[in-house]
Design a protein. Structure first.
Lengths: 226, 117
């Protein structure tokens, strides 16, 4: 009897650790799981993947589950672009040969890892400060602000093959990210990542709302175009 | 009194460690190279679809035409603050004033020039 109980307990503990094991043992080789976010440039230059220590404040769970099964590149020049450039005819170019693909997980592992990531919420305070209003920003007006007035397109692709390369592409941003996170990161990238390549452009509340609305419009269009 | 002095020294040491100053070369590599290029000539990885070509930091003529104060202002408050492109963002939330001063000196090394030279 004692033996049976022991085996059952062992079985439960094994099941409980399956997801945790993967996050701690596998994911943590390239991602910061424990936090805090990168504090020095030396660390920032060596980063292999985005910080996941605040994943629950950042990502949409459904997107995590599907992306982990079929990963697609989000940062066209990798985590630190300087590690993935080569000299071209007109200046620096992305050296695609140096970029590594993200490992694909099974549906069960993706579901389990995503659920665990969503528990990591050290920045509920920053998220609580943002109130998202549904807006009527048209794609055209949003793009004009994103590109011409605010200059964000200098570093971000707004469609495949169009825009800057040092930052993550933004045409799927709203599919990946929670709206409050987008607003908060635009408001102060350094509050999340002290060594972010992204500057704080001191946007007004109205412009932050406009940009979040634009990113939502952009992601819907990207989805429809498929 | 000595106790107060000790506390002040302790506070100064602790705060310096929290906000450790980065070397200008590293700050340049992190934030400037994406647009101004790894050789500083304005051909960064982002320039393909950019509306205004970033400044060539090795160009003596244009760089010697700007005072250290103007360069400091452009880095801290962005291009618009000196009537230049908004594509040059403000870096005041990223770099301390001291780091920006170091960056101005780093730019002087890149252009091998001073204001008015």
């Amino acid at each position: 009897m004692k033996k049976t109980i022991f085996v059952i307990l062992l079985g439960f503990s094994g099941a409980g650790f399956a997801g945790g094991g993967m996050l701690q043992n596998k994911c943590s080789t390239c991602h910061n799981i424990a936090g805090p976010a990168t504090q020095t440039l030396k660390e920032a230059f060596e980063k292999k993947g985005p910080d996941l220590s605040y994943a629950g404040n950042k990502y949409r769970q459904g997107w995590l589950v599907s992306w982990l099964q079929k990963p697609q590149r989000i940062r066209p020049a990798g985590m630190y672009y300087g590690n993935h450039i080569k000299a071209g005819a007109k200046g620096d170019e992305v050296d695609v040969s140096t970029l590594k693909e993200h490992v694909a997980l099974s549906k069960a592992d993706a579901t389990s890892v995503a659920a665990e990531l969503m528990q990591l919420k050290p920045h509920d305070d920053l998220i609580a400060k943002e109130k998202i209003q549904s807006g009527t920003t048209s794609k055209q007006m949003g793009e004009m602000a994103f590109n011409k007035f605010l200059g964000c397109m200098a570093c971000h692709l707004i469609e495949p093959g169009y825009g800057g390369l040092s930052g993550p592409e933004v045409y799927t941003a709203a599919k990946r990210l929670q709206p409050e996170y987008m607003a908060s990161y635009i408001r102060s990238p350094q509050a999340w990542e002290p060594k972010s390549w992204m500057p704080n452009k001191h946007l007004s509340d109205a412009n932050i709302q406009k940009m979040v609305n634009y990113l939502e419009v952009l992601s819907k269009e990207t989805e429809n175009a498929k | 009194m000595p106790n107060r002095l000790f506390l002040l020294v302790l506070l100064a040491t602790c705060c310096t460690q929290i906000q450790a100053k980065e070397a200008a070369a590293d700050n340049y590599k992190a934030y400037c190279v994406q647009c101004h290029g790894s050789d500083g000539k304005g051909g960064g990885v982002n320039v393909r679809d950019i509306a205004v070509v970033p400044r060539d930091h090795t160009d003596v003529k244009s760089m010697s035409g700007r005072s250290d104060e103007t360069l400091f202002k452009a880095i801290k408050e962005g291009g618009a603050s000196i009537d230049k492109s908004i594509l040059m963002p403000p870096w005041d939330a990223t770099l301390s004033d001291e780091e920006i001063k170091d960056m101005v000196q780093y730019l002087r090394v890149l252009c091998k020039c001073n204001f008015g030279s």
